[in-house]
Ligand binder design. Structure first.
Ligand SMILES: NC(=O)c1ccc[n+]([C@@H]2O[C@H](COP(=O)([O-])OP(=O)(O)OC[C@H]3O[C@@H](n4cnc5c(N)ncnc54)[C@H](OP(=O)(O)O)[C@@H]3O)[C@@H](O)[C@H]2O)c1
Length: 434
C-alpha cells in the first residue's frame, strides 16, 4: 500500500478513543471526524518525527489494564480533544504502514537531525506506554504522529500484519529468555545449544499466547537439539506448540489449578533440594527426569513460583512477565504489585522464609530502538542457510475489522487467544500483503 501522495481522507483520521476508566466495551468510542494529527512544530524537539498511516494494530493485554486502571489525570489528553482522552493502544501496538515523507523530512530538518525515513517507506512501530500516557497517542487510529525512534523499517518479505503482531510480544519474549539466563541465539543455526553441559530443560508456561508462541521458538533455538522445551498449554493447542519447537506438552486443563500443576511438575521434574516426597513419588516412573534448568512464565502464576523449588534446579531462575491478578480489578492489581515487590526484594533462602529460587520479572515500559531492531531482525533472517523461512513464525489468532476493535479487545481479555489478535485499520490492505 505504498502511495506517494496522502489520500484525501488523510486530512481526517478515525480513531478509537477513551476518556474515562473502565472495560473496553464500556469506555471505547470510535471518532470518525477527527482532524488528522500533524507533526510537531519546528524546535519541538531534537528528533525526527513521522506521520504514519496505520495498516494493522496488534492488541496487547497491557492496554486493557490501562483502560481499566488509569484515572484520566494520569494520561495526557489526545491533542485537539476538549477533554482527556487517549487513542487506545496505550501499552503498545505494533503498527505497519507507510510514512508521509514530506512531513517526515520537514520535521527532521527542523530538528537538525538526519532523516531515517522517506515518504512511502513501510515501517513497523510500537507505541510505548511512556509515549501513550504522556501524549495520548495510540495505534488504533488511521493516522498517527510518532517519534521515528518508535519505528523500524519493515523487512520486505514480512507481511504488514505479521509486523504489527511481533514487536511488543517479541521484545517481551526476548527479555524473558535473557532473564532466564539463556543465550539469545540471534545468528546461530541448529547448533543453538552447543557447549551447554548438561543440556538445558526449560519450561514455558502459557506457551500458546501472544508472548508464549514467540518464547517457545526462542527457547528452542537457545537450548538446541540437545536441550528440552517443555510447554504448558491446553490440549487444543498442543499441536501448534509442538510445531513451534516444544518437545513435551503439559495440558494445564488436566489439573485443578496452578498448585495442582505445580504438584505434577514436582513429580515429573523432581528437584533434589526440595522435599523428599516429590522425588520419591516418581522413583519408578519413566516419566520423571532431572529438574528444570529454568522456567519462563508468560502468564505470571504466583503459586507456580512459590512451589518452584520442587521442580526447578537450585541454580535455576524463574523468569516471569509479572504476577497475574485473579481478576481485571484495581484491588487485585495492587495486591499483585505488592507481591511482585516481595518476590524481588525478599531473600530467596529457604531458611529466611524465601521460595528458594530467584524470581526475575521483565518490564517493557520504554524499549529502545535497538530492542525493536533485534526482534525485526529475527523476522527478516532466514532460519538456516538451506531454509528461507524466517526464524520467528508469527501465529495469528484472528484479524478484526477496525469497527470491531471492541470485540477484539473483549476476546483478548477472556485470556484464550491463540497467538496474536490483530485489528485491520486500513481495509484496503490484504491480510498477507507485504
Ligand atoms: N511485563 C511486560 O512488560 C509485559 C509485556 C507484554 C505482555 N505482558 C503480560 O504477559 C501476559 C501474557 O501476554 P500474552 O499476550 O501472551 O497473553 P495472551 O495472548 O492473552 O495469552 C493467552 C494464552 O494463555 C493460555 N492460557 C490461559 N490460561 C492458561 C493456563 N492456566 N495455563 C497455561 N496457559 C493458559 C491460553 O490458552 P488456552 O486458550 O488454551 O487456555 C492462551 O493461548 C499478559 O498478562 C500481559 O499483560 C507483560
Amino acid at each position: 500500500m505504498t502511495t506517494e501522495e496522502p489520500r484525501q481522507q488523510d486530512q481526517q483520521s478515525r480513531a478509537w478513543v477513551y476518556s474515562r476508566r473502565g472495560p473496553p466495551g464500556a469506555v471505547l468510542a470510535l471518532e470518525t471526524t477527527r482532524a488528522a494529527p500533524t507533526l510537531p512544530p519546528p524546535n519541538a524537539g531534537a528528533e525526527e518525527w513521522i506521520l504514519v498511516r496505520v495498516a494493522f494494530a496488534g492488541l496487547n493485554v497491557g492496554a486493557v489494564w490501562q483502560m481499566l486502571l488509569l484515572p484520566a489525570w494520569l494520561r495526557a489528553p489526545t491533542p485537539g480533544e476538549a477533554g482527556p482522552g487517549s487513542a487506545t493502544g496505550g501499552g503498545g501496538h505494533g503498527n505497519a504502514t507507510t510514512t508521509t515523507a514530506a512531513a517526515a523530512a520537514a520535521a527532521a530538518a527542523a530538528a537538525s537531525v538526519p532523516s531515517r525515513f522517506r515518504k512511502g517507506d513501510k515501517i513497523l512501530a510500537m507505541v510505548p506506554a511512556s509515549l501513550a500516557l504522556s501524549t495520548g497517542t495510540g495505534a488504533l487510529a488511521t493516522t498517527v504522529a510518532l517519534p521515528a525512534r518508535c519505528a523500524v523499517a519493515k523487512p520486505a518479505a514480512t507481511s504488514l500484519a505479521d509486523g504489527a503482531a511481533c514487536l511488543l510480544a517479541g521484545m517481551t519474549a526476548r527479555l524473558l529468555v535473557a532473564a532466564a539466563g539463556l543465550p539469545l541465539d540471534q545468528h546461530g543455526g541448529r547448533d543453538g545449544g552447543r557447549g551447554q553441559d548438561p543440556p538445558r530443560r526449560v519450561l514455558v508456561n502459557g506457551a500458546s499466547g501472544g508472548v508464549g508462541c514467540l518464547v517457545v521458538q526462542m527457547v528452542r533455538r537457545a537450548v538446541g537439539d540437545a536441550g528440552r522445551v517443555v510447554a504448558v498449554c491446553s490440549g487444543r493447542n498442543a499441536e501448534l506448540v509442538r510445531s513451534l519447537g516444544a518437545d513435551e506438552v503439559i495440558d494445564y486443563t488436566l489439573y485443578k489449578d496452578a498448585p495442582g500443576l505445580a504438584a505434577h511438575l514436582a513429580t515429573r521434574f523432581p528437584s533434589s533440594s526440595s522435599s523428599s516426597s516429590s522425588s520419591s513419588s516418581s522413583s519408578s516412573s519413566s516419566s520423571s527426569g532431572p529438574p528444570l534448568s529454568a522456567v519462563i512464565d508468560t502468564l505470571g502464576f504466583q503459586p507456580l513460583y512459590l512451589a518452584s523449588a520442587s521442580f526447578l534446579a537450585p541454580s535455576g531462575v524463574y523468569a516471569s512477565v509479572g504476577i497475574k491478578p485473579p481478576r481485571f480489578a484495581l484491588p487485585d492489581f495492587l495486591v499483585a504489585v505488592a507481591r511482585m515487590k516481595l518476590n524481588e526484594w525478599w531473600p530467596t533462602a529457604r531458611w529466611l522464609g524465601g521460595v528458594g529460587r530467584p524470581w526475575r520479572a521483565v518490564a517493557m515500559l520504554s524499549p529502545s530502538l535497538q530492542d525493536r531492531r533485534d526482534v525485526v531482525d529475527l523476522l527478516a533472517a532466514a532460519a538456516d542457510d538451506d531454509d528461507s523461512r524466517p526464524r520467528l513464525r508469527i501465529v495469528r489468532d484472528s484479524v478484526w475489522p477496525f469497527e470491531e476493535a471492541v470485540a477484539a479487545y473483549e476476546k483478548l481479555a477472556r485470556g484464550h487467544a491463540r497467538g496474536k489478535i490483530l485489528v485491520k485499520v486500513d481495509p484496503l490492505v490484504g491480510d498477507d500483503e507485504c
